[in-house]
Design a protein around this ligand. Structure first.
Ligand code: XCC
Ligand code: SF4
Length: 631
C-alpha cells in the first residue's frame, strides 16, 4: 500500500504542474478512472512511421509507408516519395483545422443573419460600434440604416465570402498591411475564399493531383490564411457584434471554481452561440426556483476550453480548465451536467461521466457522442432549449453523491478580456505609446503563446515556463486558448504577476494596472493578435513580417493548431512548436518550413520542446527584427 501511494504521487507529479489538477488526477487514479494519460501510456510505443509522417492511407493501392532509414521501400505504390507523403499529410491536417475554425465562424454568421432578420430567439446585436466598424471594412453603407439592416448585409457578405467568385476575402484587403500583402502576392498565396482553399486542399491530396511538395506547402499557407484572416476573424468579429467586444474583467480559474452547494454546469467546446444562451437562461427565475426545490443554492456555470474563454472574455464566467481538465472535472464528482458543442471534446467523456452522476449533453447535429443526451440547438428556439438543458442539470443535482465529491480549495484570480479594441483604447486610441516603449527597449517585443495541452508534456509546464521566461526578458506575452487558461491557473494573468517581469515591462504593467500576460480570447481569437499586429505595422509603415514578434505553441495537439501556426508564419511571425509536427520523415519539408521559408515570409517554424530554449529562440528572433528596424 505504501509503495502504491508513492507510485501514485510520482505519477501525479509527472502529469501536471498545477496543485488543483494534481489533487484530482490522484482521485482519478484512486477511483480507477482511465484518462488521456493512461490511454497515451497504452499507445506506447506510438507508430514510428506515423510520428515521422511517412505513412499514407489515402487510397487502397496502399496503405503505404516509407523506410525512414533510407532502405526499401522509398516510394508508395503510386510512386509517392516521403516528401510528397509528408507534405500531403500536413496539408490534409491543416485543412481540417482551417475547416473547423471556419465552419464555427459560419455558424456564428448564420445566427447574426437570423438575428438581423428577427428569426432567432434570445439573441440581439449587442455591439453596434463594432458592427459599424466591421461594416466599413466591407464597404457597407451605414448612414440612415438600422443596425439590423447593416447586420443583415454584413452577414450575407461574409457568408458569401466562404465561396466567393467575384472578389477575395475583404478582411485581407481592409486589414493586411500593404507590404505583407505584396509578399503573399509574390508567392501566389493570397486566399481567394474560405471554402475554396479547403476544398482545393482536399482536391490536391487526392492521389495523382499535386505531387510537388513545395507547391503543396504553399497551398497549405494559403489555406491557413483563409482561416486566420477569413473564417476565424469572422467568427471573432461577429461574436463580438452579437455578444459584445470583450473588456477587462476579473474572474477565477481552475477546478476549485466548482461549487459545493450549487448545480455545477460545465460549458465545453468552442462556439459561444449556445453557451451565451445558457448564461442567460441560468438567471431565469423558473430555473432558479427549480434549483432551490432540488436543494441547490443556485446554478454555477464554469467554462472549459474555448467555450470557456469566450464566456470569460465577455461575461467573466469562471473557467474550470483546459483540454486535459475535461475528464478531471467529471472526476470531482461535483458536475451535474457537461454541455458540449464541438471541437476538443474527448470521445471518452461520456464513458467517464457514466462512472459518476454527470450528464453529458450534446447540442450540435455535427457532433454527437454515444452515451450523451442530445438536445439539438437551433437559433430559432435557443432560449427554450437552453432552459430545457439547464432543467436536466438541475434535476440531476440530488443524484450527486457527497461521499464521492472532491473539490480543490484555492481558485486563482485572473484578469482577462483584452480585445484588440480595449488594448488600443487603453493606449489612447493608437499604438504610438506601445511603439515608443518598444523603440525605447522597455518592451523588447511581443510573443503570442497559443494552443492546447498535450499529455506528452507535463500539463501547463510548457506554457507557464515559457511565459515566465519571456516576461522576465521584457517581452510582452499575449495568449489565447488553453495556453491562456494554463497561465491563468498559474497566476500569470493578474497585475501582480508583473513583479516577476523584467524591469521595463514591470514598470509598464504597473503604470497601466495590467498583467504582463494578456488573455486575448479563444483559439479563433488568434485573429485578434493578427489585427493588433497589422495595426501596429500600419502605424509604422512596415509589414507584419518586420515587427519584433513571435509565436509559440508549447503543448499543441490539434489540427487547428497547425492552421494557426501556419497563418502566423505566413503572416511573418516566427513560431516555435513544443511538440514536433509529423513531418520529420521528410528532410526537404523540414528544411523548407524551418529554414528556406525565411526568404519568403521573413519567418519560419522551429521545434523546441524545452521552453527555456524556446525563449532563447524567440528572443534572438525579436532582436534580429529590432536590428533590421534600426532600433
Ligand atoms: Fe484548447 Fe481551443 Fe487547443 Fe482545443 S484547440 S485544446 S487550445 S480548446 Ni482550439
Ligand atoms: Fe500509397 Fe500513393 Fe495510395 Fe498513398 S496515395 S496509399 S502512397 S498508393
Amino acid at each position: 500500500m505504501h509503495h502504491e501511494l508513492k507510485f501514485i504521487k510520482e505519477e501525479v507529479e509527472k502529469r501536471a504542474l498545477n496543485e488543483t489538477d494534481k489533487e484530482i488526477i490522484e482521485k482519478s487514479i484512486l477511483d480507477g478512472i482511465e484518462t488521456a494519460w493512461d490511454r497515451l501510456y497504452k499507445q506506447q510505443p506510438q507508430c514510428g512511421f506515423g510520428l515521422l509522417g511517412v505513412c499514407c492511407n489515402r487510397c487502397v493501392l496502399g496503405p503505404c509507408r516509407i523506410d525512414p532509414f533510407g532502405g526499401e521501400p522509398q516510394r508508395g505504390v503510386c510512386g509517392a516519395t516521403s516528401d510528397l507523403i509528408v507534405a500531403r499529410n500536413l496539408l490534409d491536417t491543416l485543412a481540417t483545422g482551417a475547416a473547423a475554425h471556419s465552419d464555427h465562424g459560419r455558424e456564428v454568421l448564420e445566427v447574426l443573419l437570423h438575428t438581423a432578420e428577427g428569426k432567432s430567439q434570445g439573441y440581439q446585436i449587442t455591439d453596434e460600434e463594432k458592427l459599424k466598424a466591421v461594416a466599413e471594412d466591407y464597404g457597407i453603407k451605414i448612414e440612415g440604416r438600422t443596425k439590423e439592416e447593416i447586420a443583415k448585409e454584413l452577414a450575407v457578405a461574409m457568408l458569401e465570402e466562404f465561396g466567393t467568385l467575384t472578389h477575395g476575402i475583404k478582411f485581407v484587403d481592409a486589414r493586411v498591411p500593404e507590404k505583407t500583402k505584396q509578399m503573399w502576392q509574390k508567392l501566389s498565396i493570397v486566399p481567394r475564399s474560405v471554402d475554396r482553399e479547403i476544398v482545393e486542399a482536399m482536391h490536391r491530396v487526392q492521389m495523382g493531383v499535386d505531387s510537388d511538395y513545395v507547391n503543396i506547402l504553399l497551398h497549405a499557407l494559403r489555406t491557413a490564411l483563409s482561416d486566420g484572416w477569413g473564417g476565424s476573424m469572422m467568427a471573432t468579429d461577429c461574436s463580438d457584434i452579437l455578444f459584445g467586444t470583450p473588456t477587462p474583467k476579473t474572474s477565477i480559474f481552475n477546478l476549485s471554481v466548482l461549487s459545493k452547494d450549487k448545480v455545477n454546469v460545465i460549458l465545453h467546446g468552442h462556439n459561444p452561440i449556445l453557451s451565451e444562451m445558457i448564461v442567460k437562461a441560468s438567471e431565469d427565475p423558473e430555473i432558479l426556483k427549480l434549483a432551490e426545490q432540488k436543494g441547490a443554492k443556485g446554478i454555477n456555470l464554469a467554462g472549459m476550453c474555448c467555450t470557456g474563454n469566450e464566456l470569460l472574455m465577455r461575461k467573466g464566467v469562471p473557467i474550470a480548465g483546459t483540454l486535459l481538465d475535461q475528464e478531471l472535472a467529471i472526476v470531482t464528482g461535483a458536475v451535474e451536467a457537461m454541455i458540449i458543442d464541438y471541437q476538443c471534446i474527448f470521445p471518452s467523456i461520456t464513458f467517464t461521466a457514466s462512472c459518476y452522476h454527470t450528464k453529458v449533453i450534446s447540442t450540435s447535429s455535427k457532433a454527437k457522442f454515444p452515451g450523451a443526451i442530445h438536445m439539438e440547438f437551433n437559433p430559432g428556439s435557443a432560449y427554450d432549449t437552453a432552459k430545457q438543458i439547464l432543467r436536466i442539470a438541475v434535476e440531476n443535482f440530488p443524484n450527486r453523491n457527497p461521499d464521492r465529491v472532491k473539490i480543490p480549495e484555492k481558485p486563482m484570480k485572473v484578469m482577462a478580456g483584452f480585445s484588440e479594441e480595449v488594448i488600443r483604447k487603453a493606449l489612447g486610441g493608437s499604438y504610438k505609446p506601445l511603439i515608443d516603449l518598444i523603440v525605447s527597449g522597455k518592451i523588447k517585443g511581443a510573443v503570442g503563446i497559443v494552443g492546447c495541452n498535450n499529455p506528452k508534456i507535463k500539463m501547463d509546464y510548457g506554457h507557464v515556463t515559457l511565459a515566465k521566461e519571456l516576461i522576465k526578458r521584457d517581452i510582452l506575452v499575449v495568449e489565447t486558448g488553453c495556453s491562456a487558461v494554463a497561465c491563468g491557473k498559474a497566476g500569470l494573468l493578474q497585475p501582480e504577476a508583473a513583479d516577476i517581469a523584467g524591469e521595463g515591462l514591470r514598470q509598464v504593467c504597473k503604470t497601466l494596472g495590467i498583467p504582463p500576460v494578456l488573455h486575448m480570447g479563444s483559439c479563433v481569437d488568434c485573429s485578434r493578435i493578427l489585427v493588433m499586429a497589422s495595426k501596429i505595422a500600419k502605424e509604422l509603415g512596415v509589414g507584419i513580417e518586420d515587427l519584433p514578434l513571435g509565436g509559440a505553441a508549447p503543448e499543441w495537439y490539434s489540427q487547428k493548431a497547425v492552421s494557426i501556426g501556419s497563418y502566423f508564419v505566413a503572416s511573418g511571425v516566427y513560431t516555435v512548436l513544443g511538440i514536433p509536427p509529423t513531418v520529420m520523415g521528410s528532410k526537404n519539408v523540414v528544411e523548407l518550413l524551418t529554414d528556406k521559408i525565411k526568404g519568403l515570409t521573413n519567418s519560419a517554424f522551429a521545434v523546441e520542446p524545452d521552453p527555456l530554449k524556446a525563449a532563447d529562440l524567440l528572443e534572438s528572433e525579436i532582436i534580429r527584427k529590432r536590428k533590421a528596424l534600426g532600433i
